[in-house]
Ligand binder design. Structure first.
Ligand SMILES: [Ca+2]
Ligand SMILES: [Ca+2]
Length: 216
């Protein structure tokens, strides 16, 4: 029988270890999507605002408004790529991807408020083009959240306002108080529902028409 001394055993162990594949790091989460990208938002979207109603009856992102009141397509196209290997992340459920305001001023209806149009496809692509459902207001910009992780893009320059001014997910008399303050006070984007840089009768009409609306 061949005897293996200490040095021989060490050499044998070293050889065996060299033949083994390197150990994978245990469950390293991919975290943020640093290789992801957002298609440039349509030209002219600087200073864009979107009216949001709790029941989703506001205009879709394809019909946001520019500072002069003109309709602007502010729909979003995003490609989500894994942080681990820069490959598309396929099949992320639409309901796991949503928009939120950077300053949390946009209050969304539970589960449906601002989710993506579709699951991510083979290229990791999804879009946002529909109306959002919620209330509140924000001029800080929007961001995309995937399964609770913020995708590290610059804030998307879309301001939000809603006749649900106090963000309690329904439009009622309590919202008319801040609206009256804005109507008689200095300009406030939060009350400029028919976005055109002025709070006037056209905004009153939207406030009046929205009374009674709430999240589903
Ligand atoms: Ca309200
Ligand atoms: Ca206005």
């Amino acid at each position: 029988m061949t005897k293996i001394n200490g040095i021989g055993l060490l050499c044998l162990l070293t050889s065996v270890m060299m033949l083994l594949p390197p150990m994978a790091s245990a469950n390293t989460p991919c975290g943020f999507f640093e290789f992801s990208w957002l298609e440039p938002v349509a030209e002219g979207t600087t200073g864009v605002a979107l009216l949001v109603l709790p029941d989703g009856s506001g205009p879709p992102l394809t019909e946001a408004r520019g500072p002069d009141g003109a309709r602007v397509d502010a729909s979003l196209v995003v490609y989500l790529l894994s942080n681990c290997d820069a490959q598309p992340v396929v099949g992320i459920p639409a309901e796991d991807m949503w928009l939120e305001a950077v300053d949390h001023g946009l209050v969304l209806c539970a589960n449906v408020g601002a989710i993506a149009d579709t699951d991510t496809d083979a290229s990791g692509r999804t879009t946002w083009s529909s109306a959002l459902q919620g209330g509140g207001s924000s001029a800080a910009g929007l961001r995309i959240v995937v399964s609770g992780d913020v995708v590290p893009f610059d804030p998307i320059p879309i301001a939000i306002n809603s006749p649900d001014m106090n963000g309690d997910r329904s439009v009622n008399l309590s919202d008319t108080i801040p609206f009256a303050t804005a109507f008689y006070g200095p300009y406030d984007l939060a009350a400029d529902f028919h976005y055109d840089g002025r709070v006037n009768l056209s905004d009153v009409v939207i406030m009046a028409a929205s009374l009674g609306v709430s999240c589903p």
